[in-house]
Write a protein that binds this ligand. Structure first.
Ligand code: NAD
Length: 525
């Protein structure tokens, strides 16, 4: 994207990705330790719902825990009821006519202010992500930087969409196309990018002129409550958004099914995404529109390594993709496909690397991996490892790692077949299933043998094979000779094919169209 300018002609610098804070310097390390301690000092605080522009309490509460130390309560939150959920949608609907008539320029400037505030509070947000989501320092830093990127990028995008695109002018007519907001959007993010995805989906909808109901994950509600503070600080009107914590199952159906809900922006599991899609498709007697559903869902992402690859680079890429944030990324590599000729050599090198990865509390910067998100994730991941022991050979890991937190060793299961559960189902933990391919063509066939289609990567030095993969490897985000995680706003618009979702391409030039409707106007002159 080049320079963008506001409708009044002020020009904004071209978008650039937010640089990461380098925590290896003494000064930055000290600042981060200070931020971690300050945030810890706020543990146990109670947060309110935000409905109709004011704080609201519910009878029942839910607590978010520190997955590195599950006896620590990070935040106490309200458990909203179905009635409160309906009230939130109705309140967002009542304010929509006012919000939609604010100028795109004003909304974009609020977003740029939100980016500035996040930048000023960056280490504080990093610390919340370490404590509530179990992110290591670099993973937390990447999450907060991405949230800032979304704000900066979507602000510029909204200014672009606010200028009418050129259409053919028929003789005797003035012809025009313009983009309008849609109404009330329900925003349902997952816990694994609890700031970036929450902020991206929320700000895209808001800057486009919609009002929103934000329903964060119950594992990471404090980070979401802190982002709500940023929206208010940035000048978003108190009634432009509603904030509703509570059980996804209890309030989710009410929010999605409500006749005044115009669209749902969801990121999460395949199971919940498909349920939302189905529920949203059912019209309600008072409903005047077909609800739009943007659903970004799971992945079972593959990396192919062939016999021409730089194996050291491939070890680094596979290890980072499979074990960064404990494998809890939708983009994580969970299937490794190695051409037989280099299988044994590559696996030996990968195993040696994986056995150096330190696992432990995420606040300790010497740990490469922190905890998985909660006790039920531990059970589910260990359950898959048990299945994997029957379907293949666990060559490293396979156990809980020491400590009170939800720690699991980085695990490699070799020799599984293409239909194995561990090769087909999303595990969402530090578990890599490996299979050998006869040759490169077979490797591509195995990579595409999945109902998902989110990310994928190929390590090869053979140009013809790279071109073949470019044509046939069916993934929304495809990478060559690099890891398959770490999509950057602006450079790698993100979204998956098939059961991975609706391919909305977050952080790309088409994304805001999900939150807009186009109107054509012709006037006889
Ligand atoms: P999840 O589906 O369990 O929950 C996602 C959100 O949906 C949460 O806010 C949850 O409270 C809410 N929810 C749960 N039940 C609901 C219901 N019945 N109605 C409405 N909302 C409901 O997913 P998760 O465990 O939070 O996140 C992990 C999943 O997200 C993985 O499958 C991962 O691949 C996926 N993910 C996908 C992307 C992507 O861009 N494709 C990005 C990140 C995560």
């Amino acid at each position: 994207m080049g320079n963008s300018s506001t409708p009044r002609g002020e020009s904004l610098p071209a978008f650039r990705n937010e640089p990461y804070v380098d925590s290896s310097t003494e000064a930055n390390r000290a600042s981060m330790l200070d931020a971690l301690a300050r945030v810890r000092g706020e543990f146990g605080r109670e947060y309110q719902l935000w409905i109709g522009g004011e704080g609201v309490k519910a009878e029942a509460k839910l607590s978010s825990l520190n997955p590195s130390h599950p006896d620590e309560v990070v935040g106490v939150h309200q458990k909203a009821t179905g009635e409160l959920a309906a009230k939130a949608v109705e309140s967002a609907f009542a304010f929509y006519p006012e919000w939609r008539h604010t100028s795109a320029e004003l909304r974009a400037h609020m977003l740029l202010r939100a980016a500035r505030i996040l930048r000023e509070r960056k280490l504080e947000f990093d610390a919340w992500l370490v404590h509530e989501a179990g992110k290591t320092w670099p993973e937390a830093e990447a999450d907060v930087s991405e949230a800032i990127d979304f704000c900066e990028y979507y602000a510029r995008e909204m200014l672009r969409y606010s200028l009418p695109p050129a259409v053919v002018q028929l003789p005797g007519e003035r012809d025009e196309l313009r983009y309008l907001p849609m109404g009330v959007g329900v925003i349902i993010p997952p816990w694994n990018f609890p700031l970036a995805i929450l902020a991206g989906m929320t700000t895209a909808a808001l800057v486009a002129g919609n009002t929103v109901v934000i329903k964060p994950s119950s594992d990471t509600p404090t980070i979401a409550a802190k982002f709500v503070e940023v929206l208010l600080q940035a000048g978003f009107p108190p009634r432009s958004f509603e904030f509703l914590t509570g059980s996804g199952a209890v309030v989710g159906d009410v929010l999605v099914g409500h006749p005044l809900t115009r669209f749902v922006s969801f990121t999460g599991s395949r199971e919940v995404g498909l349920r939302i899609n189905e529920l949203a498709a059912k019209p309600h007697p008072r409903q005047r529109w077909i609800k739009r559903v943007v659903a970004e869902m799971g992945g079972k992402d593959a990396i192919i390594v062939d016999e021409t690859a730089d194996l050291d680079a491939a070890v680094t890429g596979v290890s980072a993709s499979a074990y960064g944030y404990q494998g809890q990324k939708c983009s994580a590599c969970s299937r490794l496909i190695v051409v037989r000729k280099v299988h044994d050599d590559f696996l030996a090198r990968l195993q040696a690397k994986v056995e150096t990865l330190r696992v432990g509390p995420s606040e300790d910067p010497d740990n490469y991996m922190g905890p998985v998100i909660n006790a039920s994730a531990v059970n589910s991941i260990l359950g898959y490892i048990a299945i994997g022991r029957k379907e293949g050979r666990v060559i490293t890991g396979g156990q809980r790692a020491p400590g009170d937190g939800y720690f699991i060793q980085p695990t490699i299961i070799d020799g599984v077949n293409r239909k194995a559960h561990v090769f087909q189902e999303e595990i969402f933990g530090p578990v890599l299933a490996v299979t050998a391919a006869r040759d490169f063509g077979h490797a591509l066939e195995l990579a595409n043998d999945t109902e998902y289609g989110l990310t994928g990567a190929v390590f090869s030095r053979d140009r013809a094979r790279i071109e073949k993969a470019r044509e046939t490897f069916f993934a929304g985000n495809l990478y060559f000779n690099r890891k398959c995680t770490g999509a950057m706003v602006g450079a790698h618009p993100f979204g998956g094919f098939n059961m991975s979702g609706t391919d909305s391409k977050a952080g790309g030039p088409d994304y805001l169209l999900q939150f807009l409707q186009a109107q054509s106007i012709a006037e006889k002159v």
